[in-house]
Design a protein around this ligand. Structure first.
Ligand code: ADP
Ligand code: MG
Length: 253
């Protein structure tokens, strides 16, 4: 069998040429965690399998409510077929609760609810450390136009409402997340779609069940989810049955 062509290998995923023009196969690796993971950059066994399922779950849910995404279908445990897009080199971050950089820069205590969802832009350039940029930079440097930006914000806010609701349904608070957006052409028309992935690598998730359990005791703030990939997949009902984190064979009684 002919080897398929590798197009790009990043920290968390590999992109291969897809079976039809305009498609790609996205392979999810175990490396390259971010935001939610305790030790960024460390491989976590089975993470890729779970992120493949989780991204499928969120992206197909978004497709179903009319928010266009690159997701076409899952191919196997670690791969999904997606539409090839021209990625806009801007990561769009939406924040609902203060955490991480916004807490540090502006001195807002972690966990503080923000008065409204705050949308931020970061220029996708690893060497520069993905610096935060303003709309002015994006337009001046031609990374996207004003219309694109308006559409990107609208898309990001729809994703925020959808994701926040889905997470809330399983006792999880979506503090913040980031997405990548790409362009696709349909004839002469250009459309923006949600690309890349939606998974614990790109979402900051807090467990609200910890807080619920504290009834009659001093209130506990929602905290990080332990084993966030497995726990999220379990609560959403997409945990594949044959994936286990058990390092050694287990005796079954
Ligand atoms: P990185 O280390 O650059 O974050 P990843 O390991 O996340 O890379 O690999 C995914 C790469 O594929 C990213 O650079 C992302 O912009 C790109 N990508 C994601 N979805 C699409 C798509 N539908 N079309 C084209 N490129 C995509
Ligand atoms: Mg990435």
């Amino acid at each position: 069998m002919a080897r398929r062509k590798k197009i790009y290998e990043g920290k968390a995923k590999i992109l291969y040429e897809g079976p039809e023009p305009g498609t790609l196969v996205q392979y999810f690796k175990d490396d390259g965690g971010a935001i939610s993971t305790p030790k960024p950059g460390q491989a976590i066994e089975g993470k890729g399998v779970l992120n493949n399922r989780l991204s499928e779950f969120f992206m197909s849910g978004l497709n179903a409510i009319g928010v266009p995404t690159h997701f076409i279908r899952r191919l196997n445990m670690r791969e999904q077929l997606v539409r090839m897009a021209e990625i806009i080199p801007i990561q769009v971050v939406v924040r609902n609760f203060a955490a991480g950089p916004i807490s540090e820069r502006l001195g807002i205590a972690e966990g503080t609810p923000l008065p409204r969802p705050i949308v931020e832009f970061y220029y996708k350039d690893e060497k520069l450390g993905d610096p935060m940029v303003a709309e002015e930079h994006i337009i001046a440097f031609g990374w996207a136009g004003q219309q694109d930006l308006d559409d990107m914000v609208a898309l990001a806010l729809r994703v925020n409402d959808f994701l926040s609701g889905v997470m809330m349904g399983v006792g999880i608070r979506l503090a913040d997340f980031r997405i990548e957006i790409g362009r696709i052409w349909e004839g002469d028309f250009m459309r923006l779609i949600i690309a890349d992935e939606i998974s614990p690598d790109s979402c900051r998730l807090w467990d609200m069940r910890a807080a619920e359990r504290a009834e009659g005791q001093p209130a506990i703030d929602p905290g990080p989810l332990a084993d966030v990939y497995t726990e999220l997949a379990r609560r959403l009902g997409v945990l594949p049955t044959n994936v286990t984190h058990t390092p050694k064979p287990t005796l079954i009684n």
